[in-house]
Design a binder for this molecule. Structure first.
Ligand code: URA
Length: 248
């Protein structure tokens, strides 16, 4: 990989502007491989050099891919005037410009959200034709019925949005369903159950494609995807080698 200017790399992969970076360098806050950086135009290999700012190591990556366990009460957006967003919850050491959630969950829905600054990846996940299977757990105010499972498998008419693609409903308990969707209409699961007069009391997304929500993430926490997970997103492969993005 070609070496790049220190100020350019840091500004692209953090929340600092290039001017901020120059000021940090001037103040002696930046080291590269343990040596004080003196010039903003010093060239670095961001993929192998160790850069620290104020004694804290920086995670340098062209793009960042985070998995968050979204809590209820925050919105799936980069910014919002009235509510905290998933991006607001990203800890300072993982923050950088251009982060946004790849896909939306309702404010009261919890669970797996991918946050990235890679627009191309997000486009692939979000494209209407991508059909990425997304698995949810839905707790209802009433009992599940075989009629619901049959209806979900055929498709549910949702007014102007048309009929949903076939979805899978597996009963995990009398009032707890595992639902797999291959599309993402507005309030889709709530509206599908509402078709049968049932109300969704709790909704959690537990997986997207081959990526499962890390059970060790408490609500509001996030972590970087492991190299394998990030590769799965990039290379469209499941761990056993079968293409899954191709099925989306
Ligand atoms: N379906 C819903 O109703 N809400 C979500 O957040 C996701 C799927």
């Amino acid at each position: 990989m070609k070496p790049e200017r220190l100020d350019k790399v840091l500004a692209a992969q953090s929340t600092w502007s290039r001017k901020d970076v120059k000021e940090l360098i001037r103040k002696g806050q930046v080291t590269v491989n343990g040596l004080l950086a003196r010039q903003a135009d010093q060239k670095i290999h961001w993929d192998r050099d160790q850069v620290e700012v104020g004694g804290k190591p920086l995670i340098l990556r062209r793009h960042l891919y985070l998995m968050m366990n979204k809590p209820a009460g925050v919105v799936s957006a980069a910014r919002d005037e009235n509510c905290p967003t998933v991006v607001d919850l990203v800890p300072p050491e993982l923050r950088r410009q251009g982060l946004f959630p790849a896909g939306r969950l309702d404010k009261d829905t919890t669970g797996l959200v991918i946050i990235t600054d890679d627009g191309e990846l997000a486009h692939r996940i979000l494209a209407p034709k991508s059909h990425v299977p997304k698995v949810y757990l839905a707790r209802l105010d009433s009992f599940l019925t075989t009629e619901m499972a049959e209806g979900f498998s055929k498709g549910i008419p949702l007014g102007e949005d048309g009929t949903t693609l076939p979805a899978e409903l597996v009963a995990l308990d009398l009032d707890l369903a595992q639902v797999t969707l291959r599309e993402g209409m507005y309030h889709q699961i709530k509206r599908m159950f509402a078709f049968y007069g049932a109300k969704v009391m709790e909704l959690q997304r537990v997986s997207m494609g081959a990526l499962a929500l890390d059970k060790n993430l408490a609500p509001g926490q996030c972590r970087e995807l492991s190299p394998l997970e990030a590769e799965l997103l990039q290379e469209r492969q499941t761990p056993d080698g079968a293409s899954f993005f191709g099925l989306w």
